[in-house]
Structures are given as structure tokens and as C-alpha cells.
Design a protein around this ligand. Structure first.
Ligand code: CTP
Ligand code: MG
Length: 240
């Protein structure tokens, strides 16, 4: 950290596991599926448990899975998991519930998809170091495919310039006061204008739209995939 001599900033990770995993089409929700002998979310939690800069972890899960989450955190001795809270019907609501539980003494929060079990220790550390400098940063990788925008009839309308396109991953890390202020602004905007909430797909969007803070893209990792569809499980197993 740049601030030697000062108190170490408090980093809290919010790990999200409150989705339904509809695109995985599995009986067990994807975050609780076993991947080489360990549930996916446990693998994600262990990465934060083992990182020396992370102070504590908030686990966000569905109401029906609160007991399961608690028993897993005991079984795998996840000492940093200090809170297990219920999520919401949209990702950003799950994020907010987790962020509230982090507590007022938090300096920085790292939001992470529980469905990204391959996040590396180096990437978590990189996020922690960069957020102290820039106040808002997200892991991202250059897109490999050519991306086109299509018109409403399904015809290619535009080919976007690949060199400026990045696929955003998690962790996404923010100054805690900045993040909570952006959310307060978001809720005011939702009350006033009732926008389409399904368009809020990541946390950085909220900070970009609801504060003056610029969000820095930092190098992510192509291995840090989000388990979304069944073939992603095969890819993750191969990486492990
Ligand atoms: N998530 C959450 N609360 C929600 C929606 C998503 O905590 N209301 C979490 C998921 O559990 C996952 C992460 O956010 O770890 C990324 O979301 P995504 O991959 O879209 O997962 P799901 O929404 O569960 O899957 P799907 O969109 O296929 O239904
Ligand atoms: Mg989803």
C-alpha cells in the first residue's frame, strides 16, 4: 500500500451467490454445484480467505440457501465470512444488501461474482492496490472477437473498433463511501424515473452514472471466467 505508517485500509469482499443460474439449466444452482470436489462458491470464497489484504467477506445468497451457505462456511472453516445476507431479485440489489452488511468502518469493497471461482490471488491483490490509488477499478480483458451492433431487424449496423473494447469481469473495487453515495443516488433516480432495472448489469455502471468518479480498467485474466452455461463447467475443470 502507498500509505506506509498509516493504518492498513479495511478491505471487505462481497461475494454474490443469490442468482438462480437459469442459463446453466442444472438442478443444483450453479454456485453450489461441485467443481472438482468443491462447491463453486466455496472455491470463490477460499480465494478471498487466502488473500492477505482482505479483512472480511460478506456472502450474499438466496433466502432458501442461507442455511446451506452457513453450513458450508463452517465446514470449510471460512473464518473471514463474517456475514451471510439475503440477496435481491436483481444483481444490483444483492450487491447493495452485501455492501450494507460490510459496515461503516469499511474503506474499500470488492464485489465478486460467486460464479467466478478461478479468480487469482494476484488479481485480488491488484484490485486492492489499484483501488487505493484510483478509488474505483474493475478487472477487464480485451475482447477477442469482433463485436457488431445489430439493428432491430437483426442486420449488422456497425462494427465496433475492437482495440477499445473490453470484457468486464469481477472483482470490481470501490471506495466504500463513494460506492454507498452512488447507490443512494441510484435509488433516488429509480424512485423519480422508474428506469428499466434489468439494464443495470454491473456495479461500475452505477458508479459511472451516479458519481463523478471515473472507473479504471485494470488487467483481468482470461482464466477468470464466469460460469454461465454448461460448457463453462468443462472449461473451468480443464483450468483446474
Ligand atoms: N447474482 C446475485 N443476485 C441476483 C443475480 C445474480 O447475487 N439477483 C449473482 C449470481 O449468483 C452470480 C453473479 O451474480 O454469482 C453473476 O450473475 P449471473 O452469472 O448472471 O448469475 P445468475 O443471475 O444466477 O444466472 P442467470 O443470469 O443465468 O440466471
Ligand atoms: Mg443473471
Amino acid at each position: 500500500m502507498e500509505e506506509t505508517g498509516r493504518k492498513k485500509p479495511k478491505f471487505v469482499a462481497v461475494v454474490l451467490a443469490a442468482g438462480t443460474g437459469s442459463r446453466m439449466h442444472s438442478d443444483v444452482k450453479k454456485q453450489y454445484m461441485e467443481l472438482r470436489g468443491l462447491p463453486v462458491v466455496v472455491r470463490s470464497l477460499l480465494r478471498f480467505e487466502e488473500n492477505e489484504l482482505i479483512d472480511s467477506v460478506v456472502l450474499v445468497t438466496g433466502r432458501d440457501d442461507l442455511q446451506l451457505a452457513l453450513s458450508l462456511s463452517l465446514k470449510y472453516n471460512l473464518r473471514k465470512v463474517k456475514n451471510i445476507v439475503e440477496g435481491g431479485d436483481q444483481r444490483y440489489k444483492s450487491v447493495y444488501n452485501g455492501a450494507k452488511a460490510a459496515g461503516e468502518d469499511t474503506d474499500y469493497i470488492l464485489i465478486h461474482d460467486g460464479a467466478r471461482p478461478l479468480v487469482s490471488d494476484e488479481l485480488i491483490t491488484r484490485c486492492c492496490r489499484e483501488v487505493v490509488l484510483s478509488r474505483a477499478c474493475v478487472a477487464a480483458v480485451p475482447v477477442k472477437d469482433t463485436i457488431k451492433r445489430c439493428d432491430t431487424s437483426g442486420f449488422a449496423a456497425e462494427t465496433l473498433e475492437r482495440a477499445s473494447l473490453f470484457a468486464v469481469q469481477t472483482p470490481q473495487a470501490f471506495s466504500y463511501p463513494l460506492f454507498m453515495e452512488a447507490y443512494a443516488n441510484l435509488f433516488r433516480t429509480i424512485r423519480a424515473y422508474h428506469p428499466d432495472e434489468s439494464k443495470i448489469t454491473d456495479d461500475a455502471m452505477i458508479v459511472e452514472a451516479m458519481s463523478d468518479q471515473k472507473v479504471k480498467l485494470i488487467p483481468g485474466d482470461y482464466k477468470n471466467i464466469k460460469l454461465t452455461t454448461p460448457e463453462d463447467m468443462v472449461i473451468a475443470e480443464a483450468f483446474l
